[in-house]
Write a protein that binds this ligand. Structure first.
Ligand code: URA
Length: 261
């Protein structure tokens, strides 16, 4: 049955309030009087996962056979992305949006996908969310003109800015891993739920994952690269009340740079 206008409005309000993830299929009435507990269901004890800080993200299995594999410099990688015909989004996009900023910068930011402004200009994060990203970076002493490098999971705009599909992400992801291997950043900022889920291969929403450090096991690099997951600037434009959480994430990035010299 299609959702009614009032159901859609209620869902929008939940998202605005930060409840952007469903954690169960059944609606729970938490105000209902508590029933006596049902007889316990006995299940074999599951092994308890060891607590680990930071989390390790799974390495992508291999780049074998993907055009990303052959690139040995960022210039070659850009050429390979521009020549790539394996992502249907390229057909509807005006421009390929590869990256902006300083090649080899210590901080690499990975967003979701180009929007209308980025598609028109061929550069990532140049619209309203890009301006906010620039201000966020400036607050901790970074900029694309001096020490930051910005890219996306996808190099072409999804029509109407829709969410990227799993196939589109899978087609582009080997380029992103190679991008990190060749850019050799000291830290990565995963900006938003799409970049976070794609790079960490995690199903939890960004609300659960933000503010945490992960170790990216990048094929071709002998040491893992620390990555912080955080909210996307376009989410912050819609939900300014969440800016304080991102501020904490930015301070954690700054502190990590400071502590590693
Ligand atoms: N949002 C993104 O994730 N990337 C861009 O380049 C622009 C907006």
């Amino acid at each position: 049955m299609p959702a009614t206008q009032s159901q859609i409005a209620l869902l929008r309000w939940y998202v605005e309030m930060g409840a952007d993830e469903s954690i169960g299929w059944e609606a729970q009435d938490r105000l209902a009087p508590k029933r006596p507990p049902a007889a316990p269901i006995v299940r074999p004890a599951a092994p308890v996962a060891a607590e680990r800080e930071p989390d390790f993200a799974p390495a992508i299995t291999s780049l074998a056979g993907h055009p990303a594999e052959a690139a040995t410099t960022l210039a070659e990688l850009e050429e390979a992305v521009r020549a790539f015909e394996g992502c249907a989004l390229k057909r509807t996009a005006t421009n390929t949006v590869f990256a902006d900023g300083i090649r080899g910068a210590p901080l690499m930011i990975i967003g979701e996908a180009p929007g209308a402004d980025e598609d028109r200009l061929g550069k990532p994060f140049v619209g309203r969310s890009g301006q906010l990203l620039d201000r966020m970076l400036a607050a901790i002493g970074f900029s694309r003109q001096s020490n930051a490098y910005i890219t996306n999971i996808l190099f072409w705009r999804p029509p109407g800015n829709r969410k990227p599909t799993g196939d589109e992400i899978a087609a582009c992801l080997p380029f992103v891993w190679r991008h990190i291997a060749l850019g050799r950043p000291r830290l990565v900022l995963l900006s938003g739920g799409t970049a976070t889920a794609a790079m960490l291969d995690r199903s939890e929403g960004i609300t659960r994952l933000r503010g945490r450090w992960f170790e990216l096991q990048v094929p071709g690099l002998d040491r893992p690269v620390p990555a912080m997951a955080s909210y996307h600037p376009s989410f912050l434009l819609r939900t300014p009340a969440r800016k304080s959480e991102v501020w904490r994430d930015l301070l954690a990035i700054q502190a990590k740079f400071d502590e590693s010299g």
